[in-house]
Design a protein around this ligand. Sequence first.
Ligand code: ADP
Length: 277
Amino acid sequence: ARIFKISDIQGRLLKERESEINEANATLHRLEQSRRQLVSDISHELGTPMTAIQGYLRAMLDGIVAPDQENLTMIYEKVLLVNQLVEDLFDLSKLEFGQPSFDLKSVKPHLFASDLIRKYGADIRRRGYRFESTLDLPFPEADEFVLSVDMMRIEQVMNNLIANALKYTPPGGTIRLCFCCERSDGKALPGGQAPPTAVFTVSVVDDGPGIDEAALPHVFDRFYRAERSRSTEGAGLGLAIARQIVIGHGGRIGVESQPGKGSTFYFTLPIMATCYG
Ligand code: ADP
């Protein structure tokens, strides 16, 4: 009976080890798959404009295409595209795998909001869209709070969300910036950090085509572009970069959208008690 017991325990331990090994193998397999996918995405995204550049230059050298202003501009734009892509990839890899250093400064919510409204409102109107904005600081101490942000990085997030709203919404549409402060639900932040005192939410709302339900969970993935966006320019890195920047600030980013009913992209910034102004 004793021997039976020991072999029983051995058997169970072996089974446990086996399932741990299987799990580790599955993780390795997933990582390998995603590495392969990344390499293939990068090759594809860089390859397409590079092939066009090569084709144009060859045709010019062969005297088939004139090296005039129009054709040179076309090549120049493709080079800019490649350059932007390489920069975005480098930025994303720094944010994902490196030690991103944020230059955090304290700013009052109403100044933060009015700065961004001023910065983007005029440009949105100039491009032929209606622009609206709201700032909601519903409790007395809300405006005494201080946000801790790297303004350059937050503007990078805003640039991206607004560029998308403009890119996917036909001119004549409405783009709205909403800023609001809510008392926190008391949940700890990712990484076990103490719960924030309040949460500041920034939303970019458009009344464009919206996003299909199936695409919605993927829009923040690297290189993801919804089927119907393929005709517009972009490599699908903007939202992935925005997500890393927001996470780096201790916030979260999300989207609510329905086809035909526009999209709301939002991100939150935590306000910690120690940041009272
Ligand atoms: P890109 O715009 O370069 O394709 P992004 O990472 O910025 O890449 O966006 C990923 C995808 O999310 C886009 O391809 C598009 O399908 C969808 N998307 C983003 N913003 C909007 C928006 N405001 N309205 C509709 N679709 C959007």
